[in-house]
Design a protein around this ligand. Structure first.
Ligand code: GDP
Length: 565
């Protein structure tokens, strides 16, 4: 059938299309039937290749470890607690904030294993949830007993509530002199977190992460909470799970931390994770020990993928090489299409065009981080900083060192480059130095936020404050042949200063605002004349003096503009 006939038919059906347009499946079927053809859907459906777990037969389900996320206000001790639970290997070497661990680890208790997600903070939790990865079974809310409920504590409570995840409270820093646990319980109850002690159902444990006190009780408490939830998974189906963390290991290639939600993954299995596929070359537990296989909710690092997927990407075990590659290729194609639609083609011209369309109060950033987990958190934190005065736009972000191409992009788009646990390579550093571009580097997310706010502030128009220096009155007017008219004045208040700003007033009327271009005592040029003295004053661009005019001398002091929200 000729294309023009199809177009005509579609128009008859009320669809104004051109020959280059694509139509959806239903329309295609309809129009084909008009020409008495049948259609067959041959498009690629991932679901036909991925065995999604059927409605689980309860008989197949076995208990699984709970997955725990630690949340709470900054400096209340999340990192210290996570480190203490893992027996503080990294505690002291750590820069705080976001960690560069493998993303999860497991701990044994007398009630079984407990798996901890190792990125403290809400950003990571929400970023994962935004990607549809509902991983967390229990939230441990860390509250410092000497500081009480703070904004991020409330946020954590809200996040946990929204995700319908139960809380276990760790009242930390119980060793601190200012610890007031009862007061904190009171505050928590105001936010609907009622401890068992107060007749509610939330377990609260008084601990000291620093002194390693009360940790065993906390662990048992988490395990008990999990037991009550009767968490189960089928270890015998095809393995599927979620990417927790991923990075490129120089020697070994992509190193990916997974948490299975069902099934058992073995060495040699073919998997697809996000846009990448591969055969599992080796499985390592959170202590770096080789494993032969791993079941649901036990963190494992795998080697063998063809690239670095993103945290939150789903991961599936598939039949073999062919299927794995087919799905991975299809996904990356889809991703490219999405990006094209999203960005209208991510070419430099596009970036530049976007630049010129926007108003000037726009802070552009290029962000590089060491691992994907940090990237999401950092991006989320930075994006949230936009205010009504300055918008923050991330021109580009990625994992790895800051490269020459990052610097080039920064130079062409007027962006700032910030590395989070990421340094420039030597070429990038050279290029930046040559072009006088500062490369910022941060190790703690809060420093990064500060840095970005400073950069935002630097974009604001400077604010000028007027400081009045003094006043003078015109007593007499002199004509000087070369100079024109000079006002003979008496300084009545403060000082008159050469080159300072001046307002000339006649009664209430403002005659001009200009600068003092000449200031003389007798015949001498002077810089300042104090109150009580006489002087001759010239004002730039003003000649029309009359006696009794008033001169008000002032300075404009530039003060740094502040972000108002
Ligand atoms: P995060 O921001 O929540 O990850 O907090 P950190 O784990 O980095 O801890 C913040 C500060 O609190 C650090 O100086 C810790 O040494 C201190 N800290 C953590 N736990 C305790 C504790 O149990 N007792 C006392 N006194 N200090 C603690």
């Amino acid at each position: 059938v000729k294309a023009s006939a199809v177009v005509a038919k579609l128009m008859e059906m009320g669809m104004m299309v051109t020959i280059n347009q694509s139509v959806d499946q239903e329309t295609a079927t309809l129009v084909a039937s008009e020409f008495e053809f049948e259609t067959k859907d041959v498009s690629f459906h991932e679901s036909s290749l991925l065995e999604t777990a059927p409605q689980e037969d309860p008989d197949n389900l076995k208990p699984r470890p709970p997955v725990v996320t630690v949340m709470g206000h900054v400096d209340h001790g999340k990192t210290t607690l996570l480190d203490a639970l893992r027996e503080g290997r990294v505690a002291s070497a750590e820069h705080g904030g976001i960690t560069q661990h493998i993303g999860a680890y497991d701990v044994e208790t007398s009630h079984g294993h407990v798996t901890f997600l190792d990125t403290p903070g809400h950003e990571a939790f929400t970023a994962m949830r935004a990607r549809g990865a509902k991983l967390t079974d229990v939230v441990v809310l860390v509250v410092a007993a000497d500081d009480g409920v703070m904004p991020q504590t409330k946020e954590a409570i809200d996040h946990a509530k929204a995700a319908e995840v139960p809380l276990v409270v760790a009242l930390n820093k119980i060793d601190a002199s200012g610890a007031t646990p009862q007061k904190v319980l009171q505050q928590l109850s105001e936010y609907g977190v009622l401890s068992e002690q107060w007749g509610g159902d939330v377990q609260v444990f008084e601990i000291s992460a620093k002194k390693r006190q009360g940790l065993q009780e906390l662990l048992e408490g988490i395990a008990v909470q999990a037991e009550m939830m009767n968490l189960q998974a089928n270890p015998d189906c095809k393995a599927s799970g979620v990417v927790i963390e991923a990075q490129l290991d120089r020697g070994r290639g992509p190193l990916v931390t997974l948490l299975l939600q069902a099934g058992t993954l073995k060495q040699g299995d073919w998997i697809v994770a996000g846009q990448y596929s591969g055969r599992v070359r080796s499985l390592l537990d959170s202590q770096g020990q080789q494993l032969k296989q791993v079941g649901p909710c036990v963190p494992v690092q795998i080697l063998g993928l063809s690239g670095v997927p993103k945290p939150g990407d789903s991961c599936h075990c598939v039949e073999g090489d062919r299927v794995a590659k087919l799905i991975a290729t299809h996904r990356s194609q889809q991703q490219r299409e999405r990006e094209l639609i999203h960005s209208g083609g991510a070419s430099l011209e596009n970036v530049l065009q976007k630049t010129s369309e926007k108003e000037n109060k726009l802070l552009r950033l290029i962000i590089k981080t060491d691992v994907f987990g940090s990237l999401e958190a950092v991006e989320a934190a930075v994006k949230g900083l936009s205010t009504s005065q300055v918008e923050v736009e991330i021109v580009h972000s990625g994992v790895g060192t800051i490269t020459e191409s990052d610097v080039n992009l920064a130079l062409t788009t007027g962006a700032h480059v910030i590395g989070f646990h990421s340094k420039p390579d030597s070429k990038a550093q050279k290029r930046a130095t040559r072009s006088k571009l500062t490369l910022y580097s941060c190790h703690v997310i809060y420093d990064m936020v500060d840095q970005v706010r400073q950069l935002m502030q630097s974009l604001l128009d400077p604010v000028f404050e007027e400081v009045v220096l003094g006043q003078a009155q015109v007593r007499q007017i002199f004509s000087v042949s070369k100079l024109g008219k000079i006002a003979g004045c008496v300084v009545s208040e403060g000082v008159m200063a050469r080159s300072a700003h001046v307002r000339v007033k006649r009664g209430e009327e403002l005659l001009c605002t200009s600068r003092i271009s000449g200031l003389r005592r007798f015949k001498e040029d002077v810089r300042r004349v104090e109150a009580g003295y006489e002087c001759g004053i010239e004002v730039e661009g003003f000649n029309d003096w009359q006696e009794a005019d008033v001169l008000e001398c002032f300075e404009r002091k530039q003060t740094e503009a502040k972000l108002t929200d």
